[in-house]
Design a protein. Structure first.
Lengths: 258, 325
């Protein structure tokens, strides 16, 4: 029993270790310009197209509605308590710093992360990866690294667009459709976004993007080469991904507010 | 060995779309970074203002300095001086520094709800402008500091209330007395019992009042009797056939009698004149004298009768007197 537990723990640790090793390898590859060529670029473009461009309208609409609801709740509640001065700050902190990046990561994880996980698991089961290696094609260079780069860029792009929209909606809700309050808005923005906070936000979004692609790939590669293990691999990968996303979010919150 | 491009034509304008998205994202990230630098005042020329306060509680970096409700500066640094006072450095953009004058006053207000506020007040904008790096005292007005005093006063009030409502307090005793009095008032003799203290006293008063009432009734009766008596007297004296009427009639008779007497006397006078003039015929004269004397006797008798009558009818005038001429 104890041995089994210990083995499970070791396996669990091993999986995480492989994930980190793979992430490090993918990032190293991403920052090696020599590895890029037209084929890699095409895969990256396709990944971005499927992950970001295709869901752009849907995701933007979804994020807009959610932002609007949260903005309205915050602004009207703050007004009821006579704290309207702080409403915009609260809205920016909640939406732009925390909620929208996490929401984007979850959205992409649900849509593209699951797809990547399944794809890699099937490739693994079907021995395609070994075949590629045998043929002298580096799967990291042509299959995994482009997906990691494409997924990460997609998460960043979607977060940026959703945040921009939330800021515009927040401005319009608080000040109305007029430009004369831009200095006030700027003051609040200046108060919320110190340089460390802004850099922290970028790092967090980057971490979300990497996690959303790396963890499904590693989970797919971990799958035993039996077809019925494919769903289990996807399940494990997704659970692990959500866990990691939460971990990143909590870590970011702790760094920001403690 | 490299793979051939994978079916690129399947997606139209793939490169353009992805490029657009990438460019947009990069522009947003970069633009946002520059915007944050801008709103944080990195590109603004600022001047320094140092405020010294005994206590910097509630002051945070990035907090605005407001003038007439408009933010004109921002706290950039907070430090503790050698004297243990708080030293608050504020960066004021040069274009906003014109609101600050050498005579400006700075206050720190801490409301019950919400963040503290640093405010600047410039009464005279003609004064010379505040120089860069100027150091001023910060006047602190803390709403929360008033709470202990308020609690102390409320406690005193509560003590008073407690003393007033205690078991043996004068207020309670007064209320007990009021209760006793109103209890008596509710008794048989009402308010009077309340005022006089006991039902016996009240009863005495009531009895006295009853006696007074009886007395008044008998007095009334007596006065009615007196009234009747007076009416009778009036009738007797002044009424028809009363004393006064009879007296009147007697007087009228007296008048008539006196007339008779006078006439008789006149005749006697004439007779006497005749007697003096005619001394010769004594015989005739003596005959006439005899008749005259009879007439005088008659008259005197009538007067006598009248006097008697008067005496009978006029009992009050005892000394009735008729003067004969």
């Amino acid at each position: 029993m104890l041995t089994r537990r210990g083995e499970a723990a070791l396996a669990w640790l091993g999986a995480w270790g492989r994930a980190f090793r793979f992430a490090a390898g993918a990032l190293a590859a991403a920052f090696t310009p020599a590895l890029y060529n037209s084929a890699t670029r095409t895969v990256v473009q396709k990944q971005i197209y499927f992950t970001a461009w295709q869901i752009l309208a849907t995701f933007t609409a979804f994020a807009a509605v959610l932002s609007l609801v949260i903005i309205q709740i915050s602004v009207s509640t703050a007004r009821d308590f006579g704290l309207s001065d702080y409403a915009l700050e609260v809205v920016i902190r909640v939406l732009v710093l925390e909620l929208l990046p996490l929401l984007t990561a979850l959205f992409v994880a649900l849509r593209s992360g699951a797809a990547i996980n399944t794809e890699v698991a099937l490739m693994n089961i079907n021995n395609e990866i070994r075949a590629l290696e045998a043929a002298g094609v580096d799967p990291m260079r042509f299959e995994f690294m482009p997906r990691v780069i494409g997924g990460t860029i997609s998460v960043l792009a979607l977060t940026a667009l959703a945040s921009l929209m939330a800021l515009v909606l927040g401005y319009v809700t608080v000040y109305g459709l007029q430009g004369s309050s831009l200095p006030d808005f700027g003051r609040v923005m200046g108060k919320v976004f110190t340089i460390p906070i802004l850099l922290g936000l970028w790092v967090k979004c980057l971490a979300f993007g990497v996690a959303v692609t790396v963890i499904p790939i590693v989970a797919g590669l971990d799958a035993p080469q039996k077809l019925f293990f494919a769903p289990i691999a996807v399940l494990r990968g997704m659970v692990r991904l959500f866990f990691v996303l939460m971990l990143i979010e909590v870590a970011a919150l702790a760094l920001t507010y403690i | 060995m490299e793979r051939a491009p994978v079916r690129a034509p399947l997606i139209k304008n793939l490169g353009f779309k992805v490029g657009l998205l990438l460019a947009l994202t990069a522009a947003l990230a970069l633009g946002f970074f520059v915007y944050v630098l801008y709103v944080r005042g990195v590109f603004q020329e600022t001047q320094k203002l140092v405020l010294v306060a005994a206590n910097a509680e509630g002051v945070s970096i990035g907090m605005p300095l407001t003038f007439s409700g408009f933010p004109i500066g921002r706290v950039s640094r907070i430090a503790l001086t050698e004297e243990g006072e708080a030293r608050i450095e504020i960066r004021v953009p040069v274009k906003d520094a014109r609101w600050l004058r050498t005579t400006s006053v700075f206050t720190l207000e801490r409301p019950f709800v919400g963040a503290a506020r640093i405010r600047a007040f410039s009464t005279n904008l003609q004064d010379p402008p505040l120089p860069d790096g100027a150091e001023r005292r910060l006047l602190v007005g803390d709403a929360a500091e008033a709470i202990p005093q308020l609690v102390e006063r409320v406690r005193k009030i509560l003590d008073n209330v407690e003393a007033m409502t205690a078991e043996d307090s004068s207020l309670n005793r007064s209320l007990a007395h009021v209760s006793t009095i109103t209890g008596r008032m509710a008794g048989e003799y009402g308010v009077m019992e309340g005022v006089l203290g006991s039902p016996e006293n009240a009863r005495h008063v009531v009895e006295a009042l009853k006696k007074a009432e009886a007395l008044l009734a008998s007095l009334n009766e007596a006065s009615r009797k007196v009234d009747a008596l007076l009416a009778k007297t009036d009738q007797r004296v002044y009424g028809p056939d009363g004393v006064m009427d009879q007296a009147d009639r007697s007087l009228a008779q007296i008048g008539t009698l006196l007339e008779d007497v006078r006439a008789s006397l006149k005749r006697a006078d004439a007779v006497l004149t005749d007697a003096q003039a005619i001394s010769g015929n004594v015989r005739v004269a003596s005959d006439d004298l005899g008749q005259l004397r009879a007439e005088i006797d008659e008259s005197v008798r009538k007067v006598n009768h009248l006097i008697n009558e008067l005496n009978r009818r006029w009992p009050f005038a005892r000394e009735a007197e008729v003067k004969l001429p």
